[in-house]
Design a protein around this ligand. Structure first.
Ligand code: NAD
Length: 412
């Protein structure tokens, strides 16, 4: 079977290499030429454990980079669209990249080539937006939606050992092709209506976001009550046998708000769909609204510990979570921007992986240090914003520093 994958970011490159590793012939294409060249030279353009080995194993064999979208789609049996679906200003999902990627191949693909949207799209999108768009162009290709549940930092493992595969299909051709493709993964596969498949992805992300906001609200309440060991209380909560050992516990823990590419935009997009359908989702709106407040509340917490505006403030951690160099919607950026807005002029930062990406993305006027030590030798107030393992115990090494543990991490 010949597969084409459009968009070679976290989801697309993982998908392409995952199928290639199972022996399928895969051509990948990205409009970002630099990204294509980097991958074609054997380099993964972002930090993601396992992908570099998978690329080395498959490049030039089962996986190649196509010269153009048409070249990738030519004689393909199935096309996966893994491009970004960022949020628009009203919260709704921007489908421009997706529609443009689909446009770029319609002239080439055979009538039976299955077009599969792997990008996250809100419930109703395949049937109400994509299908009419494709049909209006005179293409009758089978369409499907196959949401991806992988986590950054664990992309490869999550894709190769998924706990479930969800496919929203409209006909048997799409179902049969997807069945064949996922057969070697030996994972439960669910064929459902497209709206259901899209909804399952948002059920998942909105629940994770709700757990984070619930935990943050409880931590704020604990502060208001006083004399509560918040981190300890959460750890004891995790001992409940209904939760014990569950990976979801990482979300039932306070911090400085959820960030990254998925939860903020997906919760906003679901809210936008709900409002458009005349339904006001009260819990979801509360989840989003508390999360939007978290950078401000966290910056205030840091400011309370700092002496004055001239105080040199250290920020440890810039990526949206440990084990990743992704800084998209990172709470660190919003917290730092709030501190700068409030007049704190001397901010020193360090992150084990994400400093270059952070600097290129936000261009904030801060100092980038070469180590945790350098931050701690410069600043008397240091906020821990991303829970990197290497920051653990730092309070013992530098007992004179006033740490603001925004991730409830140090006493763990
Ligand atoms: N990152 C995650 O953890 C994750 C997890 C599950 C689902 N998703 C969803 O998957 C989708 C992709 O996310 P990502 O993190 O991989 O994004 P990404 O930004 O890492 O990658 C998207 C890629 O698509 C490319 N692209 C844009 N337009 C294109 C076009 N017309 N043709 C070919 N390539 C094009 C971009 O250049 C970019 O390299 C999003 O809808 C996201 O919500 C992401």
């Amino acid at each position: 079977m010949q597969i084409a994958v459009f968009g070679l970011g976290f989801v697309g490159l993982t998908t392409a290499l995952g199928f290639a590793d199972k022996g399928f012939s895969v051509r990948g294409y990205d409009i970002n030429k630099e990204r294509c060249a980097e991958i074609a030279s054997g380099k993964v353009p972002f930090f993601e454990p396992g992908l570099d080995d998978a690329l080395a194993r498959n490049l030039g064999k089962t996986f190649t980079i196509a010269e153009s979208a048409i070249d990738a789609a030519y004689k393909s049996d199935i096309c996966f669209f893994c491009v970004g679906t960022p949020g628009l200003s009203d919260g709704s999902a921007d489908l421009a990249h997706l529609l443009s990627a689909i446009d770029s191949i319609l002239v080439t693909v055979s009538k039976v080539c299955v077009l599969v949207v792997k990008s996250t799209i809100p419930p109703g999108t395949l049937k109400e937006r994509i299908m009419p768009y494709v049909r209006a162009k005179g293409a009758n290709n089978p369409l499907a939606v196959n949401p991806e549940f992988l986590r950054e930092g664990k992309c490869w493992d999550d894709f190769m050992n998924a706990d479930r595969i969800v496919c929203g299909v409209t006909d048997d051709t799409a179902k049969n092709v997807l069945m064949k493709l996922y057969m070697p993964f030996d994972t439960p596969i669910h064929f459902v209506e497209p709206n259901t498949a899209e909804f399952i992805k948002y059920l998942s992300n909105s629940l994770l976001a709700a757990l984070v906001s619930y935990s943050n609200e409880m931590a704020l309440l604990a502060d208001a009550i006083g004399d509560i060991e918040t981190a300890r209380a959460f750890r004891i909560l995790h001992e409940d046998r209904r939760l014990a050992g569950a990976g979801i516990n990482t979300y039932i823990y306070p911090g400085c708000g959820y960030g990254g590419y998925c939860l903020p935009k997906d919760t906003a997009a679901l809210d936008a769909v709900a409002l458009k359908k005349g339904f006001t989702p009260q819990i979801l709106e509360g989840v989003i609204s508390l999360n939007n407040e978290m950078p401000e509340l966290t910056a205030r917490k840091i400011a309370r510990v700092a002496g004055g505006k001239t105080e040199e403030i250290g920020i440890l951690g810039l990526s949206f979570k440990p084990g990743s160099d992704d800084v998209r919607d990172s709470p660190a950026a919003k917290i730092i921007a709030t501190l700068i807005r409030d007049g704190y002029v001397s901010i020193h930062t360090y992150d084990p992986l994400a400093m270059r990406e952070f600097q290129n993305t936000f261009g904030l006027s801060i100092t980038y240090c070469t180590s945790v030590r350098e931050v701690c030798e410069t600043c008397k107030v240091v906020a821990l914003v991303t829970a990197w393992e290497e920051f653990k115990g730092i309070d013992k090494t530098f007992p004179d520093i006033r740490f603001v543990d925004c991730r409830y991490f140090l006493e763990n």
